[in-house]
Design a protein around this ligand. Structure first.
Ligand SMILES: [Fe+2]
Length: 476
């Protein structure tokens, strides 16, 4: 009745960034092997060997991990007779890449490889010419939407979830979902461009809805809480931990801000830089974006860096969406996009919580520059929240492989975005064109590079057709 995961495969090494170790960096690599294959070899750092640990078995593959540290003097690591160069000195000039939306809702597994991975190939070339120290992934690292197809209990998800308490049937559903999630992760992790980057650039990722299913958290609560909905969330969570963090349940207290794992947001302190990502999915329901664990994590964040990159899987700063929401609802062809808009901080349903979040960001701004990095809308854009003395930048880069919506949609959004918004009095939000662009939203696939040179951060968007933008100064 159910299909199995694709012919069990190989993937990795995939690097995950754990944090600093003095002047050096702590890393973990994930290696994926068929269940019955022998252990992968030890990894070598200078003259020392690091043996792999088998951390999980799922859907006919075993996940192996090497935990290790690189000092600035180490130029990388050796694995299976190949030397992988890694940026190990994070103290001075630095380059980071930010991407989001690595897939599409329908037919992502059947897309032409070259077309799908075009921007990944460019990013890999970019890395080859000036290496990135980190790859930040801002949400929708996979599009799991089709995972629910092919099983009688989840076939009609999300429109209908049958009432079911037959534990054998639910176990069968869990097995089906895990197979499907693993298949999708392997597809992404083995993709040309991506796999090359992943072996050389440690990643930090935060999930968004498509890593679970479209609109997770904004669906009717009865459906999300159903046995089918919970099986879906559990499969998504287990594979998010494994493939996006190289982690299992017992690693949670070390890697995430909330030791209970109710919220899977994280923070990393680098020299002069704090990178943090609140989890906007685990505790979300129709009435809130974060719950007690998520809010506790955010309020206890205590960022140490002079600059903070706040990875927000849905944009923190946005236009007045209440009007757009109404217009979208009135245009049947646009209702798919209307669902996306309801999932935002700016939705009428989340206004009080949005102000709370912006107030928190302004507290951090007393001690540091704050730049929000966001994905999710499959367009490139930027925003600022004033006034000048407390300016917050937001850079939106989305998607790396998800194709852009129609240009007319970008223009329409741009028109509404001209209306401006000020959820906090005295702190106007403006949506602005990228450097060198006339319109506020660019409907092209894209990624973002962030460069620190002599202590100053600049951002450059890489647009599929228009190429690189002039740099945006983030200290101004
Ligand atoms: Fe997306």
């Amino acid at each position: 009745m159910m299909d199995e995961a694709q012919e069990p495969g190989h993937a990795g090494p995939i690097l995950h960034f754990r944090g600093m170790a003095g002047d050096g960096i702590r890393l973990a690599t994930i290696i994926i092997r068929p269940l019955n294959a022998p252990a992968p070899p030890s990894l070598r750092v200078s003259t020392a060997g690091v043996a792999p640990v088998r951390i999980a078995e799922i859907a006919n593959v075993a996940i192996w991990r090497h935990d290790f540290t690189l000092t600035p003097a180490d130029r990388g690591y050796e694995f299976a007779d190949c030397f992988y160069e890694v940026v190990t000195d994070l103290s001075g000039d630095l380059r980071l890449a930010f991407v989001s939306c690595n897939g599409e809702e329908n037919g992502d597994l059947e897309r032409d490889d070259d077309e799908r991975n075009l921007m990944w190939t460019r990013l890999a070339q970019d890395h080859a010419s000036a290496p990135f120290a980190l790859l930040l992934q801002g949400g929708d690292q996979i599009y799991a939407d089709e995972a629910t197809q092919g099983h009688p209990l989840s076939e009609d998800w999300p429109d209908h979830a049958p009432e079911v308490d037959d534990s054998a049937a639910l176990q069968d559903l869990a097995r089906h979902l895990r197979n499907r999630f693993v298949e999708r992760y392997l597809h992404v992790l083995r993709a040309p461009g991506y796999s090359w980057m992943a072996a050389r650039v440690p990643t930090l990722a935060i999930w968004d809805d498509h890593d679970i299913c479209d609109g997770w958290g904004s669906l009717p609560e009865k459906r999300a809480r159903s046995a089918v909905g919970q099986a879906l969330f559990q499969a998504a969570r287990e594979t998010y931990l494994l493939f996006q963090h190289g982690a299992v349940e017992s690693d949670i207290p070390e890697l995430f801000l909330d030791a209970t794992g109710a919220s899977l947001g994280w923070k990393r302190e680098l020299p002069g830089l704090t990178i943090a990502a609140p989890d906007l999915r685990s505790e979300r329901d129709r009435h809130r974006i974060m719950g007690p664990a998520g809010w506790q994590s955010v309020e206890a964040l205590a960022p140490q860096g002079e600059h903070i990159f706040l990875v927000s899987s849905v944009p923190l700063l946005g236009p007045r969406l209440s009007l757009i929401e109404r217009v979208m609802m009135a245009i049947p062809r646009m209702q798919h996009y209307e669902d996306d808009l309801r999932d935002q901080w700016q939705s009428r349903a989340h206004r009080a919580e949005w102000r709370r979040m912006l107030g928190q960001v302004l507290q951090w701004r007393d001690h540091a520059r704050v730049t929000a990095l966001s994905g999710e809308i499959h367009l490139a854009t930027r925003a600022e929240m004033g006034p000048q003395a407390q300016k917050i930048h937001q850079l939106v880069a989305s998607g790396i492989s998800h194709r852009a919506p129609p240009r007319a949609y970008a223009r329409l959004l741009g028109l509404f975005a001209g209306l401006g918004e000020a959820p906090l009095p005295g702190h106007p939000i403006r949506i602005l064109p990228l450097p060198g662009q006339r319109h506020r939203y660019v409907a092209e696939r894209n990624y973002l590079t962030l460069t620190r040179s002599a202590g100053h951060w600049q951002a450059v968007w890489h647009l599929e057709d228009s190429g690189k933008t002039p740099p945006l100064e983030l200290s101004a």
